[in-house]
Write a protein that binds this ligand. Structure first.
Ligand SMILES: [Zn+2]
Length: 289
């Protein structure tokens, strides 16, 4: 069933576990996430990015998630969230479309501009009973990693400053807070080590549910430690994509004559479901619905 994100995050806060926020852009991935949630009896956040909205259209993807939440997920709580909204317009459109949570990402702006953009978005969201996530610090990804390799940036310069984080949370009134603690967008196995000491300092100063972006490829033991230190939402995308693409390539290779799209896609959907189920167990949300 479709619920407000606050219903599942408040329970996760009290129970000291985290909820997975999994990205979708189509019917199959949404089904895979919902089926995993049902199989693990786990509350779940299904999130869409601006590029997913561009791909599927806001109306279509919203209706897909809402309909699957209502019908396939049964009594399992599902919340719909905007991932990395870069503008007030993006936020406003998703709020109007029926999302219960939005992420306004002004993390590449100077501190004051980030505060202003976030504040404006939070005020709009709160007026309509929608939660807002803000972000501070540089979460590296493929581009950022290149910057590090070229020594234009060092990891320590990217990490969220605990004092600034407290100021940001106070000034913007965000409901959840995304930070940079060594996490990266994409999979960089071995390179991606969480700075748990930094997380501890942020958690001591920011009394909000913390969000770990780019958790694909982060060692499960590290994620469990981060959950103990206040992480309540963990974003996963890349690992699902990898499982999907690998299974699809195998299916096409195994039977070159098959042209039934549903049969070709079934193993890929199942592979994504398996990744999502595994993550739910790691985050501690399995069995909590
Ligand atoms: Zn992210």
């Amino acid at each position: 069933m479709l619920v407000h994100i606050k219903d599942i995050i408040k329970k996760a806060q009290n129970g000291n576990y985290a909820i997975g926020a999994f990205n979708t852009q189509d019917l199959e991935i949404t089904l895979a996430i919902a089926q995993a949630a049902v199989a693990q009896r786990s509350p779940v956040i299904i999130q869409v990015s601006e590029s997913a909205i561009k791909y599927a259209s806001l109306k279509a993807i919203t209706h897909i998630v809402q309909t699957i939440a209502k019908n396939q997920a049964g009594s399992i709580p599902v919340a719909l969230h905007l991932d990395h909204g870069k503008s007030f317009l993006s936020v406003a459109e998703c709020v109007k479309a029926g999302f219960s949570s939005i992420h306004i990402d002004g993390s590449d702006l100077p501190f004051d501009e980030n505060v202003n953009l976030t504040k404006e978005s939070v005020a709009y969201a709160h007026k309509r009973d929608v939660w807002a996530q803000g972000e501070l610090g540089i979460i590296l990804g493929k581009e950022g990693l290149m910057k590090i390799e070229k020594r234009e940036l060092e990891m320590k310069d990217c990490l969220t400053d605990p004092g600034e984080a407290a100021k940001f949370a106070e000034q913007t009134k965000v409901d959840t807070f995304a930070m940079s603690i060594g996490n990266m967008h994409g999979m960089f196995v071995g390179l991606e080590r969480l700075n748990l000491a930094r997380l501890k300092k942020i958690h001591a100063k920011v009394k909000l549910p913390l969000v770990l972006h780019g958790a694909s490829g982060v060692e499960h033991g590290e994620i469990k430690k981060a959950v103990k230190l206040g992480v309540r939402i963990v974003n996963i995308d890349t690992e699902m994509r990898q499982a999907w693409a690998t299974a699809l390539r195998c299916a096409l290779q195994d039977d070159k004559k098959e042209i039934d799209l549903r049969k070709i896609l079934a193993p890929a959907t199942a592979a994504v479901q398996q990744v999502v189920e595994e993550k739910m167990k790691v985050f501690g949300s399995a069995g909590k619905a």
